[in-house]
Design a protein around this ligand. Structure first.
Ligand code: FES
Length: 521
């Protein structure tokens, strides 16, 4: 099966009783408006509604269609960037609190599942970081991570029974967890909907008018809210946090195994200069292995066929794969100092942001939803300061911030001064997209499989960078802060509120010969 034939969607089967929610059909006034019905938004809405606040959750698509539903469902205390990478950025006390907040988030998910009797395959499993190569760098990395996790109070082991790989070095950590993130969200959404909390799907917020109360504008209706939570993975609009993060995408591939899949666990495999994250999943009497790896900067490459091929080779080399079942990708925002930004925005005290989760969105989303709800309710929370978006860690974050800003500026410069590609549309094959130039405008042109052309402005409406074609996902991706748009220009994710501006295409007719002009001989 080639990569083009693998269905492009996450593996997760829906919860059998999943319901749909209406779109917003009247103006509302609420205490708190939550933009985004992922794990961050629903966790915050749950706590706030339980405390008696009037909450509205606005989801531009459907529950689970965003980042949470595109995750791999792994819940772990060590951080994605590696816990030891925080050693020179944050003191011992902060590192301990970060680990503790993550452990508590996993516990909170488990408690919700037990409390509400949710059926989402939650299971406590071990976490492993290992190498199968005689590689000194890998060994050093695993040793440093062992020390960092040990300092953070976690009980590390260096062996594991029934390990599915021949490892050269390894650390094991018991009592981490896995679940089906889509089923968790779908059940959570049904549970939290009551008189205090309403959820609206297919309701895209187009702007937030800031003030003492904020006004959220959708295509027709409006919501007036005392507080707004941007639970959109990265805040919508323009915020300082955007300049302090790099945006990555990463493909995940699920293969159905012929016989036995590895024992449940979170397997982080260091191989050459990459890290592959592997887990098994059982659903509908089938066994799967999922691999995720090799992230790339969003909007910085137009072909990822090598990456996808690497994932296929990885699964085939390590497991008895019957067929590749699903392929999908998720986005993550890496913060400059390796800690998320969770709390009030720097400029508006009634707007709350939650971003910079790296690839740890399920755990940090739960941390964020709880923390923001506590802030709004005035409850004490020990993690407010460490995740505060205004924290002063200039020296810790200067390197990544500087690198990111240079990249953004160079992309802006290309928008204004890059040479124009004047190849005609007939070069664009069905299903393909290309940046080209029409009437002095930089145009993102896409040919639908039917042959029909669609053209939109190639300039990202967020802050003006030029988008790039993403061939595998058929989307226009912005390299500056990760806004993504469908092939026809609608917002998929990222900080942009508006889609790419449509451009009307006309077919030029050949000039008729002038009546007084003599015919050519
Ligand atoms: Fe910021 Fe495109 S996402 S300019």
């Amino acid at each position: 099966m080639t990569k083009n034939e693998i269905p492009y969607k996450p593996l997760w089967p829906s919860w059998k009783e999943a319901t749909t929610f209406p779109s917003l059909s009247k103006n509302l006034r609420v205490d708190v408006a939550v933009i985004g019905a992922g794990i961050t938004g629903l966790t915050a809405a749950y706590h706030l509604a339980k405390a008696g606040m009037k909450v509205a959750v606005l989801e531009q698509s459907q529950i689970g269609a965003g980042t949470t539903g595109h995750s791999t469902g792994n819940l772990y205390a060590p951080v994605d960037e590696s816990t030891h990478s925080m050693d020179d950025k944050h003191n011992f006390h902060i590192r301990q609190l970060v680990t503790l907040s993550r452990i508590k988030a996993i516990d909170a998910i488990e408690q919700n599942i037990k409390l509400f009797g949710m059926d989402c395959g939650f299971k406590r499993v071990p976490f492993y970081l290992f190498s199968t190569q005689e590689d000194k760098n890998h060994q050093k990395k695993i040793e440093r991570e062992t020390r960092a996790l040990d300092h953070a109070g976690l009980k590390i082991q260096n062996e594991a029974p029934n390990f599915p790989y021949q490892y050269t070095s390894m650390l094991a950590l018991e009592n981490q967890a896995q679940f089906n993130p889509l089923q968790y969200l779908q059940q959570f959404a049904s549970i939290i909907t009551d008189n205090n909390c309403s959820i609206y799907e297919n309701t895209q917020v187009l702007d937030v008018e800031k003030g003492q109360s904020s006004v959220l504008k959708t295509s027709k209706e409006m919501i007036k809210a005392e507080k707004v939570i941007m639970a959109t993975h990265t805040p919508k609009g323009v915020y300082g946090a955007h300049a302090k993060m790099e945006t990555f995408r990463e493909f995940a591939l699920a293969g159905k195994v012929k016989q036995k899949s590895p024992d449940p666990g979170i397997y982080w495999h260091l191989q050459d200069n990459r890290k592959f994250s592997v887990r098994s999943y059982h659903g509908e009497n089938k066994a799967y292995v999922i691999v995720l790896g090799d992230p790339y900067l969003t909007g910085n490459t137009s072909s990822n066929s090598d990456r996808i091929n690497n994932l296929q080779v990885y699964l085939k080399n390590h497991f008895d794969i019957d067929q590749f079942e699903c392929l999908w990708a998720g986005q993550n925002y890496k913060p400059a100092d390796h800690l998320p930004y969770i709390g009030t925005s720097l400029t508006e005290s009634n707007i709350y942001i939650a971003t910079g989760f790296s690839a740890d969105g399920l755990v940090y989303g739960t941390v964020a939803g709880t923390l923001i709800a506590d802030m709004i309710m005035g409850n004490p929370n020990p993690y407010i300061d460490i995740y505060n978006p205004s924290r002063l860690t200039f020296f810790a974050s200067a390197k990544r911030t500087a690198k990111e800003n240079v990249r953004v500026l160079s992309n802006l410069a290309k928008t204004a001064f890059a040479p124009v590609d004047e190849k005609a549309f007939h070069d664009i094959k069905p299903g393909d997209g290309k940046i080209t130039h029409i009437d002095s405008r930089t145009v993102a042109a896409y040919r639908e499989p039917s042959g029909n052309m669609v053209a939109v402005s190639a300039i990202c409406p967020h802050l003006g960078c030029q988008v790039r074609w993403n061939g595998e996902e058929r989307s226009w991706d912005c390299p500056c802060h990760g806004s993504r748009f469908s092939a026809s220009g609608e917002v998929l994710e990222g900080p942009a509120y508006q889609g790419l501006q449509p451009i009307k295409l006309t077919t030029k007719k050949k000039n008729k010969p002038s009546p007084d002009r003599k015919p050519d001989r």
